[in-house]
Design a protein around this ligand. Structure first.
Ligand SMILES: NC(=O)c1ccc[n+]([C@@H]2O[C@H](COP(=O)([O-])OP(=O)(O)OC[C@H]3O[C@@H](n4cnc5c(N)ncnc54)[C@H](O)[C@@H]3O)[C@@H](O)[C@H]2O)c1
Length: 395
């Protein structure tokens, strides 16, 4: 018998969560479809970066409290089943409702009465109650709860224990069991209703996405009027508590913020005006930067270099990174485009010094700290993040 099986257990959320439970003394099996990640993790190697996980993974494997498998039969052995599979959008920007339906269909024969089933993916509102109702309709006695993951990618192991945990059971017993599950991990438990917790997760991500869009829109307005946005940013935030959290401009991307803003929009009959405006601004930023650069430089005669292809700084995750959109636009406009990223290993990437040497114009795609003081050869730099301190100023 095992205490906990995590479905999607080798993903960015599932693996750190499994390690955190194993560190707390529970026996955990990470179940994943991806045989490559399963093999890699079972050898003690993290498939992606998460602070502290490189050391903890071999430790819990050695202690025998953690292992990974592709065999769904293991679900039957667990007291608690946690699902953390991806919940992507379809090509029309609608949530893919079938992801959870298929998961339950696929694993229903392994689920057994008496288990606690915890949904931890970010889901379309109502999903938790629907899953619980469907299982109850089949006469199954399975407790269902929603406990959303709220960690920042790359820092999951640290944040799992420092953040309050939202716990929303579909019944009193599910609530009690889910609270008991997370109590040893979380700094605090916040009991909620499932729909409220589903909305809390989506509201948080949409709110962050809108904040980034506000900064990006202000960046565009200031730039159009020849004003350095970061002078304005400093004036707004320095010694002024009410603007303290105002973000910098930059690519707002990755696998969550855009997707979850669109999930919320779909839930609200596609009338989430703020969310859609944020999407147009954030997704339009790469085009804006290139259009602006084209007013200043003869792009068609130039080689552009993109530094940083991941979706955020010092991360190894390229999912839904806007650097790829920037690359696409630059490939149309420029003679050639070269890309570099120290966190990725791809045949089309070149080392930083080669990108700097070959490029006539550089764009900071992801604000990796290595670029802060890097020698960029005196080349002009389009630096929406204001990372390099020698980014081009509005002209
Ligand atoms: N990445 C983050 O930092 C983060 C933070 C908070 C919430 N979330 C949410 O958590 C969920 C998972 O995100 P992620 O970034 O970990 O995704 P991921 O793609 O890194 O991980 C998902 C894992 O699930 C596996 N998987 C998919 N279907 C499966 C199935 N039927 N059976 C077994 N394994 C299966 C995949 O192989 C993959 O390893 C999403 O809903 C996301 O919005 C992510």
């Amino acid at each position: 018998m095992v205490d906990i099986v995590i479905i999607g257990g080798c993903g960015h959320v599932g693996l750190p969560l499994g390690l955190a439970f194993a560190r707390a003394g529970r026996s955990v099996v990470a179940l994943d479809l991806d045989a490559h990640k399963v093999a890699q993790a079972n050898e003690g190697r993290m498939p992606f970066a998460d602070r502290g996980a490189d050391e903890l993974l071999p430790e819990v494997l050695r202690a025998g409290t953690f292992r990974c498998t592709t065999d769904a039969g293991v679900i039957r052995e667990a007291d608690v089943v946690i699902t953390v599979i991806g919940t992507p959008l379809d090509e029309h920007l609608n949530p893919r409702f079938e992801v959870y339906r298929d998961l339950i269909d696929q694993d229903r024969s392994h689920l057994r009465d008496g288990q606690l089933l915890v949904l931890r993916s970010t889901v379309y509102p109502g999903t938790t109650e629907r899953v619980a109702a469907e299982l109850a309709r089949e006469g199954r006695s399975i407790d269902v709860a929603f406990c959303p993951e709220r960690v920042a990618e790359g820092f999951a192991l640290e944040e799992i224990t420092s953040l309050p945990q939202l716990v929303a059971g579909c019944s009193e017993r599910a609530q009690r069991r889910a609270e008991e599950l997370f109590a040893p991990l979380a700094s605090e438990i916040l009991p909620m209703e499932p729909l409220g917790a589903e909305l809390a997760k989506l509201f948080t991500n949409a709110w962050r996405y809108i904040q980034f869009a506000t900064a990006n829109q202000f960046y565009m307005i200031a730039s159009e009027y020849g004003i350095d946005f970061y002078d304005v940013h400093r004036a707004m935030t320095h010694g002024y508590p009410r603007a303290r959290g105002f973000p910098r401009a930059g690519f707002a991307a990755g696998p969550c913020l855009f997707k979850d803003t669109m999930q919320l929009s779909a839930f609200n009959d596609n009338t989430f005006f703020l969310g859609h405006a944020a999407m147009l601004i954030n997704e339009g930023l790469p085009n804006y930067l290139v259009r602006r650069a084209s007013r200043r430089w003869p792009l068609s005669e130039m080689t552009a270099g993109i530094l940083g292809m991941t979706f955020k700084g010092d991360s190894d995750d390229p999912r839904d990174s806007l650097s790829f959109k920037l690359r696409k636009v630059l490939q149309v406009e420029c003679r050639e485009v070269v890309c570099s990223d120290p966190f990725l290993d791809e045949p089309w990437l070149v080392p930083l010094d080669e990108a700097v040497r070959r490029a006539d114009l550089l764009f900071i795609g992801a604000p990796h700290s290595a670029y802060r003081d890097a020698d960029l050869g005196g080349k002009p730099v389009v630096d929406v993040w204001n990372l390099t301190r020698h980014g081009t100023r509005p002209s």
